[in-house]
Design a protein around this ligand. Sequence first.
Ligand code: C2E
Ligand code: MG
Ligand code: MG
Ligand code: MG
Length: 276
Amino acid sequence: HAKAAGRNGVAVFETKMLAAAERQLTLGRDLSAALDNGELSMHLQLQVDHAGQPVGAEMLMRWRRADGTFVPPDIFIPVAETTGMIVPLGQWVLRQACLARLALEAAGHPLQLSINVSPRQFRQPEFVAQVRTAFEESGVTPHAFVFEVTEGLLVEDFDMITAKMRELAAMGIRFSIDDFGTGYSSLGYLKKMPLYELKIDKSFMRDTPHDANGTAIVQTILAMADHLGLRVVAEGIETEAQARFLAENGRPCMQGYLYCRPLPLAELVARLDRGG
Ligand code: C2E
Ligand code: MG
Ligand code: MG
Ligand code: MG
């Protein structure tokens, strides 16, 4: 009997795997059409300093299907990574970011813009050249941009990655480690790479300040960034208690629903016009 249940368990598992694989395939196909069909857009989420003043914004991709339903980035970005679709998508994001910056400048709000760059995109041999072209064609200064990368980028080909980063940094682009502390890489890279910023992951902020362990991790990241001369953005700030804690502990920049949801560019500009 137990044996039968076991076999049955395997069958259920296989069926689920197949269904998941099929979903990924469909999603991958739909995603490549989505770019051509205008189903993708960028939202921007404000980053504020300790006094609540806007200092920058992160560009976040949105996929709204023709039937009106949203597919979350946590679902479609990994698929785009696997299929390689992230490469043309990333190029598109870069152009959107240049356009957004031009619009913000024209509106009198020259915010620094953060862009998520995926490992697959970064590892493309033409990546540096494509970035250079995007900035040259739009006439936007690379100093206006922060590239957010994750620790996952840093586990392989460390020298190649660092060399590319230096080339981009020489152009004026700044680098941020997104979701800092959630990857598996050693801390050694922190002193070898041209970094500007660490982003404290929202999973750590979720525990702060009510949980002693989570809070200790946040405090340690803040102290380390301070010693290394790095800027910090704390992600996922949803409560006054979190903001108060940060005001008393290093005063990093903050990003979260407490201040601003990710918004279409026009809505962000309207908000900035009203005074942040
Ligand atoms: P991320 O880069 O760590 O972005 C922060 C995520 O936290 C965003 O999720 C944002 O909407 C969400 N967030 C901001 N404030 C709060 C808050 O107070 N509470 C909570 N619970 N969440 C908050 P989103 O937009 O769903 O994006 C998820 C992930 O997808 C991003 O994580 C990033 O890794 C990836 N992603 C999004 N857009 C792009 C893109 O253009 N290119 C690439 N390569 N990845 C992207
Ligand atoms: Mg990010
Ligand atoms: Mg993050
Ligand atoms: Mg993330």
